[in-house]
Structure formats: structure tokens, C-alpha cells
Design a protein around this ligand. Structure first.
Ligand code: IPE
Ligand code: IPE
Ligand code: MG
Length: 257
């Protein structure tokens, strides 16, 4: 059966063959393998990160054309601070340069940009760029592009717990009444659709502290491609794999009903 991947699919290559699942509403990507890509090409790691930005541009364009509602990308984890200072500094400047160079175009494409994770009050320049990106695109109704930056799922759950605890302490919420919806609503992803598909590149098969609560029933697709080589066909490959999966959510197979 051929099934378009939601809104906007217009050419043949924008169609994936599927056994049943409609296209995912929300796709998360662990963009991994920049360092290995650089090594394989005899280049410094930083060159892998630079090429990785190109892959982000390609992916955002493809996701938009394929009509995916939300894409959440892991760009810097709370554990990435353990890397050498020079690499961290390059990753910070790449993020700033990306916002400076691409924000206008993202806005023109009606993309809503949001950044999740812990904000670093010490980097005032970064703070204001992130706020500018979110502020400018706040009311856009197209692709919801969320960048996980200085993000860790355990830290996100910790911050959510503190928010709920403060509500309880203030007498606005009864501890026994706390539901899964309250927890989900206190997470950084509160306004995003449920996570359907999690892609990780580079062949690693772990979540590395990304969207742990949200991934409870997401389909996981691990691709061998290194992130700087990721392109529209890699995304389509992941979507085809997703379409073949039987999502049971603890129930039984659709054909057995
Ligand atoms: C992903 O590529 C980018 C970030 C984590 C910032 P890596 O830098 O982790 O590349 P590998 O895993 O060393 O190849
Ligand atoms: C996860 O990749 C973080 C990002 C892609 C930003 P890492 O390369 O940091 O993860 P590990 O260390 O291999 O688990
Ligand atoms: Mg890595």
C-alpha cells in the first residue's frame, strides 16, 4: 500500500511504501557520528560538526517537504560538557552561527523554532540568540523544529519534578492527584505531539539521555549512516522502516482483532 507522509507530499519520491502506519507526527533524531565522519576523511573533528550543520539544513528541508509536523534534534547533551574545551567552544560557535545565518530562512518557511534543555545564564550572547529565534518564530504554524541544546532527559525530569513539587508546596496541586498528564505537561516537550519515531545515526544503539519519558512507545530506528552524510533518502529510509512496524502500545496486533 502506498501512503503519503501527511501534508505536502507532492512528488513520487515524497511517498513511502507502508504496511499500515500513517507517517509519524513527531520524529526525534540523535545526530551522531560527526567525529567518526571526520576521522574517516582525515579531517579534524570540528570539520565533522561543520558538515553536520549541512545535514541539519537538508533534514529540516526534507521534513518540511514531507509534511512531518514536529522534528526534535539532539544537538548538545548535558554530558557533552565532558568533551575537550576546544570542541565545546566550536560547538557553541556553530550553534550561534547557525541561528545567525539560518533564522531568517527558517522563519520564511513558517518553521517554529524552540530550544529545549537547560539555559546557560552565563552565555548571554547564546541566551539572546535562542530567545530571538523563539520569539521571531513563535506564531509560525509550519514545522515545529525543536533543538535539544544542553539537554539531558534526567535533568528535564528533575526540573519537571521540581515544578510539580512547587505546585504542591503552594497548595495548588494535591500530591495524590498528580497524573501522567501533569508530568508530561511539566516537561520541556509539553506542547509537542507524542513522539512516534526516534532515529539515531552512526550505528550506536542507545538513547544517551534523550527524551526518555517521551520515547516510552516511540519506534526506534538505528541507521549506520554517519550524521554528516544523512540526507533526504536516509530520512525516507527511516520513515519506511517506521511504516513497517506494528505499533501495539501493549495491546495486540491489529490483524488479530
Ligand atoms: C555528534 O557527533 C555530535 C555531538 C554529540 C555534538 P559526535 O561528536 O558524537 O561524533 P562521534 O560519535 O564521536 O563520531
Ligand atoms: C548524543 O551523542 C548527543 C548528541 C547527539 C548531541 P553522544 O555521541 O554524545 O553520545 P554517546 O556518548 O555516544 O552515548
Ligand atoms: Mg557520538
Amino acid at each position: 500500500m502506498k501512503l503519503g507522509v501527511r501534508r505536502g507530499a507532492s512528488t513520487e519520491s515524497e511517498t513511502v511504501t507502508t504496511a499500515g502506519n500513517a507517517g509519524p507526527r513527531h520524529v526525534a533524531i540523535i545526530m551522531d557520528g560527526n567525529g567518526r565522519w571526520a576521522k574517516a576523511h582525515g579531517l579534524p573533528r570540528v570539520e565533522g560538526h561543520r558538515r553536520g550543520v549541512e545535514a541539519v539544513r537538508r533534514t529540516v528541508a526534507a521534513a518540511r517537504e514531507l509534511g512531518i509536523e514536529a522534528v526534535t534534534i539532539y544537538s548538545f547533551s548535558s554530558e557533552n560538557w565532558t568533551r575537550p574545551a576546544a570542541e565545546i567552544s566550536e560547538l557553541m560557535s556553530l550553534m550561534k552561527r547557525f541561528i545567525r545565518s539560518d533564522l531568517k530562512k527558517l522563519h520564511e518557511h513558517n518553521i517554529r523554532v524552540r530550544v529545549i534543555g537547560e539555559r546557560h545564564p552565563s552565555d548571554v550572547e547564546m541566551q539572546s540568540l535562542l530567545e530571538e529565534a523563539e520569539g521571531l518564530t513563535r506564531d509560525n504554524s509550519g514545522l515545529k523544529l525543536t533543538v535539544a541544546f544542553n539537554y539531558g532527559a534526567r535533568n528535564e525530569m528533575l526540573r519537571a519534578t521540581r515544578k510539580l513539587a512547587a505546585e504542591v508546596a503552594a497548595g495548588r496541586l494535591d500530591a495524590d492527584a498528580i497524573s501522567e498528564e501533569h508530568v508530561a505537561g511539566a516537561l520541556d516537550t509539553a506542547d509537542l505531539p507524542p513522539l512516534d519515531l526516534m532515529i539515531r545515526t552512526s550505528g550506536e544503539q542507545r538513547l544517551s539521555n534523550f527524551l526518555l519519558w517521551q520515547a516510552a512507545y516511540a519506534e526506534l530506528v538505528f541507521l549506520p549512516v554517519l550524521w554528516p552524510d544523512f540526507d533526504r533518502s536516509s530520512l525516507e529510509q527511516a520513515l519506511s522502516e517506521y511504516a513497517r512496524r506494528d505499533r501495539r502500545f501493549g495491546g495486540i496486533c491489529q490483524t488479530e482483532l
